[in-house]
Design a protein around this ligand. Structure first.
Ligand SMILES: *Cc1c(COP(=O)(O)O)cnc(C)c1O
Length: 360
């Protein structure tokens, strides 16, 4: 990427000049690497989605789409058992929803809170606002200390990925409910990986208007390339946030696809079962290789080897066609996050790690 110059930077708001850009996981385009680095679904999306996209493509693309992605909201409310579409806000990926939330709640100089290690995009969103981010370290067992839910004057928003990344661990819903009670600001429960978990926090939304649940079709519905996510919150919260959104933030094709996806419950159940079985095999094999693997409720595993050479393992895998994620968190240490791919992809990657560990 082109480097910005000091002169150019001075043209922008000071908050931007001070910040670094968010760096997404590597997205190689040559198709030669097996991607186990950004928690995408290895399977094709539900066939009904592809049909809906084709139908929408021959629809009236000269006309603006529904400004609120209404067909999706109606379908999602039904599928999720919510009182109505007014409980849902649709977005161009859940990243856009997160952007709206931070813009809506956190002003310049105010603060947002996130656990550490977790999704670092939250920090970038705070930086863009000229806001302050405050990290609360997870305990060694991936529970959170009371500091995460203690109220503070300038604190405007707390964000909790649940399941968390990179750990894949979950904070129990009753615990999340207590956190939300204790905090005076809204609590965003980022459920990007919830379809791989054993619980969710949707019920809390009805009980507390400060609980905001975000979801995405990118991971469990195999639609990362499409860009569609949504927020579940009480109607008065949705109405206020809708003021911030772009007039037509979800296009006609994405809306048609997302509507078909959310109705593909059977496909989701089957895909989930397949991926969870692979996750279990992957877990067992990593443990067999001496890794310390965190039990996961997501479609990836966080693992660390007593050998400590995580970066070399990552590089060795990459050189041999497998992309996994090497993460290094100051104060927490480093490790590998490996997405659950197909059985074949996972075996290929584990064969490499095994070879690397046994051939030295
Ligand atoms: C992948 C991910 C998202 C982003 O989802 P998109 O809908 O693709 O923008 C949000 N939160 C977490 C924790 C994620 O891992």
């Amino acid at each position: 990427m082109v480097q910005s110059s000091v002169v150019t930077r001075s043209l922008f708001r000071p908050a931007l000049a001070k910040m670094n850009a968010y760096t997404p996981g590597e997205q190689p385009r040559d198709g030669e690497l097996v991607k186990l680095n950004t928690n995408e679904n290895p399977f094709s999306p539900p066939p009904a989605v592809v049909e809906a996209i084709c139908a929408a493509a021959s629809g009236p693309l000269n006309r603006y789409p529904s400004p609120t992605a209404e067909p999706f909201r109606v379908a999602a409310a039904e599928v999720l058992g919510l009182p109505g579409p007014e409980w849902i806000l649709a977005g161009n990926g859940s990243d856009e929803i997160l952007t709206m939330l931070v813009r809506g709640f956190v002003g310049e100089g105010q603060s947002l809170r996130l656990p550490d290690p977790s999704y670092i995009l939250y920090r970038t969103l705070a930086d863009i606002q000229g806001a302050v981010w405050e990290q609360v370290a997870f305990n060694a067992d991936w529970s959170l200390p009371p500091a995460f839910s203690s109220p503070a004057e300038s604190l405007r928003l707390a964000l909790l990925p649940n399941p968390n990344s990179p750990s894949g661990t979950v904070i129990a819903a009753d615990e999340v409910a207590k956190m939300a009670e204790s905090l005076t600001c809204p609590l965003v429960v980022d459920e990007a990986y919830v379809d791989f978990a054993e619980q969710h926090c949707l019920d809390l939304v009805r009980q507390n208007e400060r609980v905001l649940v975000t979801r995405t079709l990118s991971k469990s519905y195999a639609l990362a390339g499409l860009r569609f996510g949504y927020l579940v919150a009480q109607p008065q919260v949705i109405a206020e946030l809708a003021k911030i959104k772009d007039s037509y933030n979800c296009d006609a094709i994405a809306t048609a696809a997302a509507t078909a996806a959310i109705r593909s419950g059977e496909w989701l159940a089957e895909t989930r079962e397949t991926l969870l079985a692979t996750r279990q095999r992957m877990f067992d094999r990593l443990v067999g290789l001496g890794f310390d693997v965190t039990p996961s409720q997501a479609n990836f595993l966080w693992c660390r080897h007593p050998d400590g050479s995580h970066q070399s393992m990552y590089e060795y895998c990459k050189a041999n066609g497998y992309l996994i994620r090497y993460m290094n968190y100051p104060g927490h240490g480093d490790g590998l996050r490996i997405s659950v791919g197909t059985d074949r992809e996972v075996d290929g990657c584990l064969d490499l790690l095994e070879y690397w560990l046994t051939s030295r």
